[in-house]
Design a protein around this ligand. Sequence first.
Ligand code: HEC
Ligand code: HEC
Length: 346
Amino acid sequence: MADFDVKPSVIDRVRDRPRRLQRLAVLIVILGMGLALLYPLLRDRHGAPIEVRDVPRLPPENLAVIPLAASPTDDPRRVALGRRLFFDARLSPLGRSCGNCHVPASYGTLRAARSPGLGDQLDEFNVPTVLNAALSPYLGWKGKITSLADQLHRVINNPRHMGSNWAWVIETLSADSDYRSRFSALYADGITRSSITDAILAFERSLVTPGAPFDRYLRGEFGALTSEQIAGYELFKDYGCIACHQGRNLGGNLIIRFGILEDPFKDGFFDAATPKSKRFLKLRVPSLRNVAKTGPYLHDGSVETLEEVVRLMARYQLGREMPEEDVRRIVAFLHSLTAPLPENFR
Ligand code: HEC
Ligand code: HEC
């Protein structure tokens, strides 16, 4: 009852207000509507320059997925020499060649969860492929290495990999008359760290794999992919996989935390003993080229199948549980990234 008594008196008071106030209210409403209408325009004019300023930081090939071109043509004699060095176990006192871990039949990886380390021990990492590695600005699972030459220097000296050093390598090669004549034919200084590096890098640069069905599709040969693979590519874009796995290598050019939206360790499929401080690994986004051939997956080789990796990616990197049908289509798409092996890597 009390409420009822108050209302008429409020209305009376409003009615009695001077017309000035009414006009002010109308003005405010009109201004508000005007601003609301203009907002998108103002925002766009404000937003456009930011985007334009951001773009030039990435070379065009990194902006989307583009087909892979053939490798630059290094002197074939240097490539051949580099190939010989790559498969020569005498470069290492442990009797290991690069090709023992980067096995051609396994598309440049090792079919093992983790790389061999010192003696019977295992390294902490899975062996990444050397195929298309020359196209990645960041190397190694952590992406901390930024040139093939630096990577080579480290792997030669790493006790868990080649367990060697330059003096050993140069001495061994110099004792071989065939190497002596090949090097002196190509390099004025003969066998040196720099000529050895040059030859191995020429070989590594030759290890690109154009000619995957997906590249043919990108060039307009639409029949190169099945309809399931095309659906998978669309999902790959829609889910946002492409935000990380992008550029001509579908990866290799970003360093990202693994476990953006969920903690992959808490589910226990990684080594539970991993200390908390090491759990949120910042990793290079791996290239997905030839990924159907390079399992087991992830930095520690803990996952056997592509289906499982795709489910995990959706959960930990995108915060989604992916329906099995979508998993199947994306995996079909990933298979379209398999190219024939380069002729000099068989
Ligand atoms: C004992 C196994 C082993 C041997 C031998 C070995 N590697 Fe590796 N290679 C690895 C592992 C493991 C990694 C990843 C290391 C990391 O992420 O820190 C790697 C990484 C690389 C990469 C970077 C690939 C990428 O995309 O990140 C290149 C290139 C490479 N190795 C070339 C070579 C060359 C050249 C040799 C011979 C001089 C060689 N490797 C010998 C195990 C090996
Ligand atoms: C936020 C960035 C990000 C997104 C989004 C993302 N990934 Fe990844 N992806 C990574 C990182 C980082 C790794 C390496 C993780 C590791 O080794 O532990 C990886 C690894 C992979 C691997 C394993 C590669 C190998 O050689 O071991 C596959 C396959 C893969 N991602 C596919 C996908 C698919 C499919 C999607 C979309 C559903 C996706 N990724 C979304 C960052 C991402």
